[in-house]
Design a protein around this ligand. Structure first.
Ligand SMILES: *[C@@H]1O[C@H](CO)[C@@H](O)[C@H](O)[C@H]1NC(C)=O
Ligand SMILES: *[C@@H]1O[C@H](CO)[C@@H](O)[C@H](O)[C@H]1NC(C)=O
Ligand SMILES: *[C@@H]1O[C@H](CO)[C@@H](O)[C@H](O)[C@H]1NC(C)=O
Ligand SMILES: *[C@@H]1O[C@H](CO)[C@@H](O)[C@H](O)[C@H]1NC(C)=O
Ligand SMILES: *[C@@H]1O[C@H](CO)[C@@H](O)[C@H](O)[C@H]1NC(C)=O
Ligand SMILES: *[C@@H]1O[C@H](CO)[C@@H](O)[C@H](O)[C@H]1NC(C)=O
Ligand SMILES: *[C@@H]1O[C@H](CO)[C@@H](O)[C@H](O)[C@H]1NC(C)=O
Length: 316
């Protein structure tokens, strides 16, 4: 065959398979390993969105000890599972995105975010306003831009004098930005309303390992010996450590209400944060700030077995 002929064949094949509405996206999601690595009825994020999700949750031990706590944060079983993992995946998605669905693990029959009844032991997704939520029926992949969605979550001085920690977690959104996604079972491929499919599982690491890497990076960026005053070993539940964590990440200015917009550039840079978050995926060796991969192939996933590539061969 002539070169011209070969080229022609290649072009035709590529043209036939490339649907311009499809795109491969790399996403991260946090959950209990036994719930499976495929995000069916789950939320996930791009890298900056994952940094935001994690940074917000650092405040929980302080928040959840007060009367101002929000149950949607404090009862989120995904965050507290002792076998929590972070999975890095590639999904092929239809980019005609829909509304972002708030998907959460239903622990006891009541969804902590909406108060709606849900099936215990399964993931449950709600759509609509926070105040008037309903179970999602959409099939599109949901997408939310953090900079836009959290733009109105600004902290006031009235809030600051009773719950200063609320300012720390809201200001983080303006620093990280990022995207959150939701992938519902109704849109899974193959299927009549197919909008997304798993392409690959790149790496799964334990949340504990990732936390250690991230906490080390933040402690090393502390230039005012803030953490030294808290004592060692680190106690991630203490107000001292949590306060130092946000002060190092956001800079002192970033901990206040209505911060001068320049606070986005004080504290740690977004590049340094992203570096700390990606190390566990880029390296296996703890000496490099890496995390060993978790072998998820042998885990029995209650509702994911038939969705994982190669799983049909090992489940019989
Ligand atoms: C996504 O990646 C898979 C595996 O590399 C590839 O087969 C597929 O064509 C890609 N999809 C798009 C839309 O690029
Ligand atoms: C992760 O850390 C938590 C809290 O320290 C602990 O309860 C849990 O057993 C650890 N999980 C693993 C898999 O090491
Ligand atoms: C179930 O969880 C919800 C939300 O976290 C909580 O408000 C409720 O009290 C719990 N119900 C029971 C029966 O434990
Ligand atoms: C934020 O507030 C503005 C002004 O009230 C409003 O137009 C906008 O829709 C709000 N954004 C969100 C995401 O709620
Ligand atoms: C989110 O929206 C903001 C404001 O419109 C835009 O500047 C930013 O690029 C968007 N972020 C992403 C990740 O698309
Ligand atoms: C697919 O979408 C159509 C139209 O929204 C709906 O009637 C149908 O029930 C959906 N099928 C599945 C399997 O979700
Ligand atoms: C960590 O801090 C919390 C909150 O101050 C405290 O209750 C707990 O006892 C501390 N843990 C250790 C091991 O010191």
């Amino acid at each position: 065959m002539s070169r011209g002929g070969l080229l022609f064949v290649v072009v035709v094949v590529a043209a036939a398979s490339a649907d311009p509405r499809l795109m491969n996206i790399t996403i991260y999601h946090v959950n209990s390993l036994e719930d499976g690595v495929v995000p069916v009825n789950m939320d996930s994020s791009n890298l900056a969105g994952d940094v935001f999700f994690d940074l917000r949750s650092i405040v929980l031990p302080v928040e959840c000890g007060t009367q101002y706590a929000w149950t949607g944060d404090c009862d989120n079983a995904e965050l507290t599972a002792s076998d929590a993992v972070i999975s890095k995946l590639v999904l092929e998605v239809d980019t005609r995105y829909g509304e972002y669905a708030r998907c959460n693990y239903c622990d006891n029959g009541t969804d902590p975010f909406s108060g709606l009844a849900c099936q215990a032991g399964e993931y449950f997704c709600t759509c609509g306003d926070y105040m008037q939520s309903y179970q999602c029926t959409e099939t599109e992949v949901g997408k939310e831009n953090i900079s836009i969605a959290f733009a109105n979550f600004t902290c006031t001085w009235d809030t600051y004098v009773v719950a200063p920690w609320r300012c720390w977690s809201t200001n983080v959104a303006q620093k990280t930005g990022g995207l959150w996604y939701s992938t519902l079972s109704t849109g899974e491929c193959p299927g009549p309303n197919c909008t997304w499919r798993l392409v690959s599982v790149d790496k799964v690491v334990s949340k504990n390992c990732s936390n250690d890497v991230i906490f080390d990076a933040v402690e090393s960026a502390d230039q005012v010996a803030c953490f030294d005053a808290c004592g060692y070993p680190r106690n991630t539940s203490s107000a001292c450590w949590i306060g130092c964590f946000y002060q190092t990440v956001l800079g002192p200015e970033g901990m206040l209400p209505t911060p001068y917009p320049g606070f986005k550039h004080s504290g740690m840079s977004l590049d340094d944060l992203v570096d700390a978050w990606t190390r566990p995926f880029n390296f296996d060796d703890p000496a490099m700030g890496g995390c060993p991969p978790i072998d998820w192939h042998d885990v029995d996933f209650p509702f994911n077995n038939d969705r994982v590539p190669g799983a049909a061969d090992r489940i019989s």
